[in-house]
Structures are given as structure tokens and as C-alpha cells.
Design a protein around this ligand. Structure first.
Ligand code: ADP
Length: 253
């Protein structure tokens, strides 16, 4: 089990790294190709320079294609939706962290609404979100030697449409007020090199956006942090429609 957990940590960290690097490389590569094309329009270029420049353009385009493929693979694929019970997604994300949470002396409290309606979402992507949030919470509490992780779900009826609300609360070090509006930015990290990529929350943000939801943080330094997520409630279609297969997040991969 321990091995499996280390593996899942590594996979999510690697996926985050790949997505972030690919994202950052895409813009400069597009610029290189664009400027090469601009220079190629110059009629007074001698033939050797033209050939060299054509190489620059072709290779930049090639690198751009590689990067965009990586991006698609690691991050920017559309959600594969199925009927999902969010409570189950939370349980399976938690199962991957149980061992680490115990090592870090963290007590887990679940307040999952047993009558939470089903929704239509990508269970793997949502599991990735929960995994990132639990990892952050754990790391924020590990520094303090102990803590409580509280995960809640509820049906929220305050807006125009009912939504599912998930909250992940920790009693960790908290986030300084001046950092609160930066934590969802790619590459923003306060963790030592090798521990943080600064991509976890930006990936969460991207996934929740794709699901037409909202994600935000509330925190007090020295007290703890709560991350809130709201997801639209999509009524599963009735049985006369094409059936959507219920899916639970895979145990591996
Ligand atoms: P990483 O974890 O690699 O640093 P994230 O995007 O997941 O990247 O988080 C960005 C930053 O937000 C963290 O470095 C940390 O400063 C802050 N942060 C995120 N979650 C928490 C939390 N639960 N408690 C305290 N700080 C947090």
C-alpha cells in the first residue's frame, strides 16, 4: 500500500510539472515561430539565411506541437463525464492518503451529506483535485506536528441554482493575507525547491472551471485554511436517454 501511495504522489506531481512546463513553453515557442515568419517575408534575404531561418521556424513549430501534445495529455483534456457521487470520490482520494495522514499525526473528520444528489462530472479529474487539496492540507499541518482535516459536502441552495459544496479544512499554518490572491497562480509556491511546483492549485482551478464550478480559499495565518468548491448540480438524465455508465475513480493509473 505504501508503495502505491508513493506512486500516486509521484504521478500527480509529475503530471503537474509536465502541464506547467508545457504551458509556459507554449508562448515563447509561438513567438519564435512568428518572428521567424516575419523575417522570412523580407525579400532582400540571401538564400543561406533564408534556409537557416526556415529551419528555425520548422523546429519551433515542431517543439510547439510536442508541447501542445504534452499539455493535452497532462492537463487540458476535456472532462470525461459520468454519473458521480462526490462522496465516493472523496473517499477514494482519501484512501490514497490515509497512510501519509497517519504518519503526520492528522485526524480526519468526514461530514459527508448522505443524501447528496448525484452529479455528472469527471471522477478522475475530481479525484485529482481532492488529492491536491488533501496533500496541501497535510503539508500545512505536518509542519505543526498534528492537526485535523475536515472534509464536508452539502447541497447548497443559496444561489439561483442548487449546487454541491465541498470544503476541505485544515488546522495548518494558514496563508498570509497577501498570498491569498496568488495561490491559484501557476508556479506560485512557498514550499522549498523539490517539494512544491506551485501547480497543484492552478490545476485544481482549471479542472473546476471546466466543470463550470467555483473554487476559492479562506484562511487565517496560524489558524488554518479552508478550500471551498461549488459544482453545478446536474440531474442525471432519465432512463429513456442513452445511459451514462456509473464510474468510480480507478485504483491505479
Ligand atoms: P505547491 O503545493 O506545489 O506549492 P499549490 O498550487 O498546491 O502548489 O499551492 C500554492 C501555495 O499555496 C503553497 O505553496 C502554499 O503556500 C499555499 N497553500 C496551498 N494550500 C495551502 C494550505 N492548505 N495551507 C497553507 N498554505 C497553502
Amino acid at each position: 500500500l505504501e508503495q502505491q501511495l508513493i506512486q500516486s504522489d509521484k504521478l500527480s506531481a509529475l503530471g503537474q510539472l509536465v502541464a506547467g512546463v508545457a504551458h509556459e513553453l507554449n508562448n515563447p515557442l509561438t513567438s519564435i515561430s512568428g518572428y521567424a515568419q516575419l523575417l522570412l517575408r523580407n525579400r532582400s534575404l540571401d538564400e543561406d539565411t533564408r534556409v537557416d531561418l526556415e529551419q528555425v521556424r520548422q523546429q519551433a513549430d515542431r517543439a510547439g506541437r510536442i508541447v501542445r501534445n504534452l499539455l493535452m495529455f497532462a492537463r487540458e483534456h476535456k472532462p470525461e463525464r459520468s454519473v458521480v457521487q462526490i462522496n465516493d470520490v472523496i473517499q477514494s482520494a482519501l484512501a490514497l492518503q490515509v497512510y501519509q495522514l497517519r504518519v503526520d499525526n492528522i485526524n480526519v473528520q468526514l461530514e459527508l451529506d448522505p443524501s447528496l444528489p448525484l452529479t455528472i462530472a469527471d471522477p478522475h479529474q475530481l479525484q485529482q483535485v481532492l488529492l491536491n487539496l488533501i496533500t496541501n492540507a497535510r503539508q500545512a499541518m505536518a509542519d505543526r506536528g498534528a492537526g485535523t482535516l475536515t472534509i464536508r459536502t452539502a447541497l447548497c441552495n443559496t444561489g439561483a441554482e442548487p449546487q454541491i459544496e465541498i470544503s476541505v479544512a485544515d488546522t495548518g499554518v494558514g496563508i498570509p493575507a497577501q498570498h491569498l490572491d496568488k495561490i491559484f497562480n501557476p508556479f506560485f509556491t512557498t514550499k522549498p525547491v523539490g517539494q512544491g511546483t506551485g501547480l497543484g492549485l492552478s490545476i485544481c482551478y482549471g479542472i473546476i472551471q471546466e466543470h463550470q464550478g467555483q473554487i476559492w480559499a479562506e484562511s487565517r495565518e496560524g489558524v488554518g485554511t479552508t478550500i471551498f468548491i461549488r459544482l453545478p448540480l446536474v440531474e442525471p438524465r432519465d432512463e429513456t436517454d442513452e445511459p451514462l455508465s456509473p464510474a468510480t475513480p480507478a485504483e491505479s493509473g
